[in-house]
Design a binder for this molecule. Structure first.
Ligand code: SAH
Ligand code: SF4
Ligand code: F3S
Length: 460
C-alpha cells in the first residue's frame, strides 16, 4: 500500500481561471451509502481547491457530477434516469461538463454503456480517482474530447485531501476503504476494490482537527470497521483505534459503521462499555436469520454466534440499541428460512431495520444461483417483515418515555416550532425549542411518542 499526500494543482487552477471569466459552479450529487457521501465531500473540496464554487441546482452548474451507487439495480436505474434528464440542460448550455463517478463508474458495462448511449457525458472516473480530478478536468478542457477512464483500482491511499463538509457539527471520517468479504450478493468488493486501512496517525490528526473545530459527532466509516488495521505496519485493531481516538479531550460523541458480525469481538463491546464518548448503539447487519442462507451468502457467522454477540452487548452495555440490514428473497430463500429471519428480528428487538429485496448484481456469485421465488412472494415477505418490525420498534420507543436524556440537536422537527434531536442510542426525539440549539447538545425529557419518533420537552 502506498500513502500519498494530496497536492494543490496550480496549473489546473490557472486553466480554470482562464477558461471561465467568473468562478465556475459545480453541482455534485452523491447517491448511496455514507462512504459515498464522504467521498462527495472530498470531491467538492478538490473542486473548490482549483477555483470552483458550488451550487445546488443542476441548471446553474458549469460542471455536474453524479457520484453513483451500484449496490442495487434500482440505484443504478435512478442514476441512468437522472443522467438522461441532463441532455436537455446540455443542449441549452453546450459548455456544460457532465461527469459520472463513484461505484457505478468502476464497472466495465457501465462505462461501455455511457460511451455508447450517453454521448453528452464528458467525464467518467472511479472511486480511486478523486485526487486526479484536477488533471482530468485539465485534459477535458484542453483536448475538448470525452475522458472516460476504464475501471481500475489503485493500491493507494491519498491523505490530506481538501474536504467540504456538509455539516459543521456532524462529520464523516473514513478509516478504511474497500471490502474483502465478498458476500455472494454484493457488488461492493468489485467496485470499491480490496480493503485498505488508513494509518492511525492520519485518522487521529483528522479527528483532532474535527474536535478542535467543534464537531460534536464524528462517524467512523468503513464497509467492515471491525477488520480495521489489516495490512498496516503496526499491530492495531478497531477497538485499539477507538481507544486512541477517545483519548482526545473534548465534548464529542463517536459513532461508527459498519460492523460485520463475523469480526465483531467481545473486545469491541467492552470498549463501547468503557468509553463514554462511544454511542450506545450498534449497527450490526445480520442480513438473514437462516444459517443455510447465511452460508450461501458467505457471511461466515451463524444465527447463534450473532445472538451471542447481542446478548453479551446487552449484558455489558445496559440500554444499548441495535439496528440491522436485512435482505429478503435471496436466491433459494424458502418460507422456512424467512421464518428464521422473523424469529431473529423478534429475539433481538431492533430499534431500526434497513430492509432490501434481493437485487441481482452481474458479476457476483449469487447472480448465478437459481432464484425461483416469484417477486410477489418476496414483496409479501417484505411486508410481513416490516409489520413485525414496526410493532417491535413502537414498543421499544414507548419504553423510553419518562427518561431525561442528552441529545444532539440535528435540525428542525416535523411539527412547526419543534427541533429534532438524536439520542445516544440513535432514536430521534422532537421537542419545542429555539433554533439556536441546532448543532448543540440539549437535555430533553421524553414525554410521548408518535410512531417511532419520541416527543419531549426541553429540560431547563
Ligand atoms: N458493508 C456493509 C453494507 C454494505 S451495502 C455490511 O456488510 O453490512 C448495505 C446493505 O445493502 C447491505 O448490508 C445489504 O443488506 C444490502 N445489499 C447489498 N447488496 C445487495 C443486493 N444485491 N440486493 C439487496 N440488498 C443488498
Ligand atoms: Fe458487501 Fe459483504 Fe462487503 Fe458489506 S461486507 S460491503 S455486504 S461484501
Ligand atoms: Fe453504493 Fe458504493 Fe456505497 S455501491 S452502498 S455507494 S460502497
Amino acid at each position: 500500500m502506498e500513502f500519498l499526500n494530496f497536492t494543490h494543482d496550480q496549473s489546473a487552477a490557472d486553466l480554470i481561471a482562464t477558461v471561465y471569466p467568473t468562478p465556475p459552479l459545480a453541482y455534485v450529487h452523491s447517491y448511496g451509502c455514507q462512504q459515498n457521501v464522504s467521498d462527495g465531500e472530498r470531491i467538492k473540496g478538490v473542486l473548490m481547491d482549483i477555483g470552483f464554487g458550488l451550487c445546488d441546482k443542476p441548471d446553474d452548474a458549469d460542471l455536474i457530477l453524479f457520484n453513483t451507487c451500484a449496490v442495487r439495480e434500482h440505484a443504478e436505474q435512478r442514476v441512468f434516469g437522472n443522467v438522461g434528464a441532463l441532455k436537455a440542460i446540455k443542449e441549452k448550455k453546450p459548455s456544460l461538463i457532465i461527469g459520472l463517478c463513484g461505484c457505478m463508474a468502476n464497472q466495465q458495462h457501465v462505462v461501455d454503456k455511457i460511451r455508447k448511449s450517453y454521448p453528452y457525458v464528458d467525464l467518467v472516473f472511479g472511486v480511486d480517482g478523486i485526487d486526479t480530478l484536477p488533471a482530468l478536468l485539465t485534459q477535458k478542457l484542453n483536448q475538448k474530447k470525452r475522458i472516460l477512464m476504464e475501471p481500475a483500482q489503485r493500491p493507494v491511499i491519498v491523505e490530506q485531501m481538501p474536504v467540504r463538509r456538509e455539516s459543521d457539527f456532524r462529520a464523516w471520517l473514513p478509516i478504511m476503504y474497500g471490502c474483502d468479504n465478498f458476500c455472494t450478493y454484493c457488488i461492493v468488493p468489485y467496485v470499491r476494490g480490496r480493503e485498505k486501512s488508513r494509518r492511525p496517525e492520519d485518522i487521529l490528526a483528522e479527528f483532532k482537527q474535527l474536535v478542535e473545530a467543534g464537531y460534536k459527532e464524528i462517524t467512523l466509516l468503513g464497509q467492515n470497521v471491525n477488520s480495521y488495521g489489516k495490512g498496516l505496519d503496526e499491530e492495531i485493531d478497531f477497538a485499539d483505534l477507538l481507544n486512541l481516538l477517545c483519548a482526545v479531550p473534548g465534548d464529542y460523541q463517536i459513532r461508527f459503521m459498519t460492523s460485520h458480525p463475523k469480526d465483531a469481538s467481545y473486545k469491541l463491546i467492552d470498549t463501547i462499555a468503557a468509553q463514554p464518548h462511544l454511542c450506545k448503539h450498534l449497527h450490526l447487519p445480520v442480513q438473514c436469520g437462516s444459517n443455510r442462507i447465511l452460508t450461501e451468502m458467505n457471511r461466515r457467522y451463524t444465527v447463534e454466534k450473532y445472538l451471542d454477540l447481542v446478548e453479551y452487548a446487552r449484558k455489558r452495555i445496559p440500554g444499548i440499541t441495535f439496528s440491522s440490514d436485512i435482505i429478503v428473497g435471496f436466491p433459494g430463500e424458502t418460507e422456512e428460512d424467512f421464518q428464521g429471519t422473523l424469529e431473529l428480528v423478534k429475539k433481538v428487538g431492533y430499534m431500526q431495520l434497513f430492509t432490501f429485496i434481493y437485487s441481482k448484481r452481474t458479476g457476483t456469485k449469487a447472480a448465478l444461483m437459481e432464484d425461483p421465488t416469484p417477486r410477489k412472494e418476496k414483496t409479501d415477505r417484505m411486508q410481513r417483515l416490516l409489520d413485525t418490525q414496526d410493532a417491535i420498534a413502537m414498543d421499544l420507543v414507548k419504553k423510553q418515555i419518562g427518561q431525561t436524556v442528552r441529545v444532539l440537536v440535528e435540525g428542525y422537527g416535523r411539527t412547526e416550532g419543534t427541533l429534532s434531536g438524536r439520542l445516544d442510542n440513535n432514536l430521534t426525539v422532537e421537542f419545542a425549542a429555539e433554533d439556536c440549539l441546532i448543532g448543540n447538545y440539549a437535555m430533553v425529557k421524553l414525554t410521548g411518542a408518535r410512531a417511532t419518533v419520541l416527543l419531549g420537552e426541553l429540560d431547563a
